[in-house]
Ligand binder design. Structure first.
Ligand SMILES: Nc1ncnc2c1ncn2[C@@H]1O[C@H](COP(=O)(O)OP(=O)(O)OP(=O)(O)O)[C@@H](O)[C@H]1O
Length: 585
């Protein structure tokens, strides 16, 4: 029960719904116990030839009335208990999603998306089942068993009751044991099915690679193996379920056999009436379900508690990067950036990703960073955005340590075009206007101008739905270069004091690159810009260029001064000049 403590607020808020749900359940249980009494009276009247037509009508009406009360009651307990369980599922999923989005980038590097999705689906479902169906079953089992036993003793005698119900607890034990095996096999079926969908999905996503490498037959063979595994896991579930149901039925029929023998003798001896015998059988059959429920409910709660424990581990996870106590909100950042002796190792890494960085960018100036792949360029940007916190040194903006600003105001003041151009499966206009709040009104001209600056406007208006074109699955797929330009538009529309372009022009041809850069010139003039690139053509006009190697600054200066020095920059420049010459010839 301790596992569910985190849901305390939810239970307090919904206590009345649980209360009314349980009340309705008890009402139904009581009404269900009246039906055998009606049967008892009618049987006794029939046996003694005393049943009149009017009485038959009267008892029929009673049965219809109980049926109606049960129907209404079932509707309400479903609404109150199952409905609240669904609300709990909604609450828990929102809570989990909200919490996950507060966690730092590193959490997502070390946890697989598939596992997080499993928590969001399977674990939340198990909690819902435990606290929805579980509660129903336990209330039903306790009350139904209690009332039925009382009615059985009242109708016949204690001895017959004890003999009849003596085999019932075994049903609970068998259901409990089988429930565990069935659940294990069910999980295997789920895993096999998820492998099956993953394989199919990966094949469809990688269809171009499969076809170009002529691997269709091989992939079909691999799919057959996964599909076969799915079949065998399903068959093993069918087998166990096949034994389970007849076994429970057989066990309950033993109780009925005992009642038939012992109860029959009592009827013959005139110790009980035929009506008592009929009613007793009715009560006995209404006890089979609660016995089965007891077995199930134990499993449901065990599974629900285990799932809740797994979710609690996530809920207890604290974001690594948070606002300091007195963090200030920076309203109008000027954009003067300074790195002072900054060194940083990624979590769990032995090596420095960047080491002893010292540089300053005056506001409205541009800084370019070049270097070989893996030299630490993107890391510098991640540190400035506080996606990771530095181990040594200080990063200052307008003379204020970024750890003393609120993360929100820091990031809001930075327009960032990341290296991986992630766009949402949404319309192009919504992708570009991503930084605006949903309800915030924005001028569409802003969107058009940003896309013109990013040189993607002409491409967009060629699509049939223009800016309303939906990207991603079942939508239009953009080329790598178009994606990069939509991400540039998304960043510049923020009109922030700092703009970061991380290898953002690598997928566009040099002509388009030149046009974008000349469009950006106006934008860059009014803000501090950091440009990371492998291409010298992208950065040659920057006010300062840092050459990074193995996390350290190995050279700095402007383009003219760097080409005069021997080193990485000059090598890169000469190699690119040569490539251009070869392309022209
Ligand atoms: N999340 C991470 N965890 C651990 N190590 C990382 C992580 N991200 C990057 N690294 C390592 O840090 C070093 C610098 O990486 P970074 O991405 O900054 O290089 P880069 O210069 O931007 O490379 P590229 O030009 O290929 O984008 C690399 O050795 C890389 O393997």
């Amino acid at each position: 029960m301790k596992s569910f403590l985190v849901l305390k607020d939810f239970f307090i808020k919904n206590k009345w719904k649980y209360f009314f749900g349980v009340i309705w359940l008890i009402i139904i249980d009581i009404v269900q116990l009246i039906v055998p009494q009606i049967l008892r009276i009618v049987t006794n009247l029939l046996q003694n030839n005393l049943l009149t037509f009017n009485e038959l009508i009267k008892y029929s009406l009673y049965i219809i009335l109980t049926g109606l009360i049960i129907a209404v009651g079932r509707y309400y307990w479903r609404i109150y208990l199952q409905g609240t369980a669904r609300t709990l599922e909604y609450y828990l999923r929102n809570k989990l999603f909200r919490h996950l989005l507060t966690l730092s980038t590193n959490y997502f590097n070390t946890h697989k998306t598939g596992d997080l999705m499993a928590h969001a689906t399977n674990d939340i479902n198990s909690v819902r089942m435990a606290l929805g169906q579980g509660v129903v079953m336990i209330v039903d089992a306790v009350f139904m068993t209690f009332f039925s036993v009382i009615m059985m003793i009242h109708t016949t005698n204690l001895k017959l009751t004890l003999v009849a119900i003596s085999t019932l607890p075994f049903i609970a034990i068998v259901v409990g044991k089988f429930g565990k095996i069935i659940h294990k096999r069910f999980i295997k079926v789920q895993e096999a099915f998820s492998d099956l969908t993953d394989t199919a999905q990966e094949n469809f996503a990688g269809i171009r690679v499969i076809k170009s490498f002529v691997q269709e037959e091989n992939e079909i063979k691999k799919f057959s193996v996964v599909n076969n595994n799915n079949l065998s896991k399903n068959l093993s579930l069918v087998k166990i379920s096949g034994i389970f149901h007849p076994l429970v039925q057989f066990m309950s029929s033993i109780s009925f056999l005992i009642v038939l023998w012992y109860g029959g003798i009592l009827v013959i001896r005139d110790d009980i009436s035929l009506g008592d015998f009929v009613a007793f059988n009715s009560y006995l059959s209404s006890m089979v379900w609660p016995m089965m429920a007891t077995g199930w409910v134990i499993n449901l709660f065990q599974r629900g508690a285990a799932s809740m424990d797994r979710l609690n581990i996530i809920f207890e996870e604290k974001p690594e990067i948070t606002d300091s106590k007195d963090a200030i909100d920076i309203k109008n950042m000027k954009g003067e950036i300074e790195f002072k002796n900054v060194s940083f190792k990624y979590p769990h890494s032995e090596n420095y990703a960047v080491k002893n960085l010292n540089f300053k960018i005056p506001s409205d100036h541009s800084l370019a960073i070049v270097g070989r792949t893996g030299s630490g360029k993107s890391t510098i940007v991640s540190l400035l955005l506080r996606l990771y916190d530095i181990d040594e040194g200080e990063i200052l903006i307008d003379g204020i340590n970024i750890k003393d600003m609120t993360i929100k105001s820091l990031r809001e003041n930075i327009g960032y075009v990341p290296q991986e151009n992630f766009l949402f499966s949404d319309s192009i206009i919504n992708n570009i206007a991503f930084s605006f709040e949903e309800e915030e009104k924005y001028n569409e001209d802003l969107i058009y101008n940003a896309s013109r600056t990013a040189e993607v406007y002409d491409n967009i208006i060629e699509f049939p739905n223009k800016f309303e074109t939906v990207l991603g699955e079942r939508g239009v797929t953009l080329s790598g270069g178009q994606k990069q330009r939509v991400s540039i538009a998304r960043a510049i529309i923020k009109d922030s004091s700092v703009l970061i372009l991380d290898d953002s022009l690598s997928s566009v041809d040099t002509d388009t690159e030149e046009r974008i850069l000349s469009n950006l010139r106006e934008v860059i003039k009014k803000r501090t810009t950091i440009i990371i690139s492998h291409r010298i053509s992208t950065i040659k006009d920057s006010d300062e260029i840092l050459v990074i190697d193995e996390g350290e600054i190995v050279a700095r200066g402007n383009h003219d001064s760097l080409v005069k020095q021997d080193g990485i920059y000059k090598d890169l420049y000469e190699k690119q000049l040569l490539e251009e010459k070869i392309q022209k010839n």
